[in-house]
Design a protein around this ligand. Sequence first.
Ligand code: AMP
Length: 116
Amino acid sequence: MSEATETIFSKIIRREIPADIVYEDNLALAFKDIHPQAPVHILVVPKKPIATLADAQSEDHALLGHLFLTAKRVAEEAGLKNGYRVVINTGDDGGQTVDHLHVHILGGRKLSWPPG
Ligand code: AMP
């Protein structure tokens, strides 16, 4: 199954460790990245502990849509009128370091492409 093991994000969701939370609903939580790579760097996580995008199942399709619409909402609320980047690092080669699915929102500066 696609359940994530216990991660730091599970602890943030349960309010066991602090985070700068900017949005919450019954399915998702958004909080500021602790090591921001841009003036705005926010993570959107599902409350359901899916480890990686590669572990998402067809039953998660509505949740995945919700995460993207939440990312759009959070970006708007952060004032990113000139655009932003949405990233989901997936697995080792993707550079994922926390095994709980998360959407990065990066903005507030011109971002280069391609990534490293
Ligand atoms: P990734 O490398 O895609 O798995 O991204 C994990 C992100 O989580 C990194 O950008 C970290 O800076 C961020 N991060 C790790 N621990 C925390 C924390 N306690 N609060 C907020 N962000 C965190």
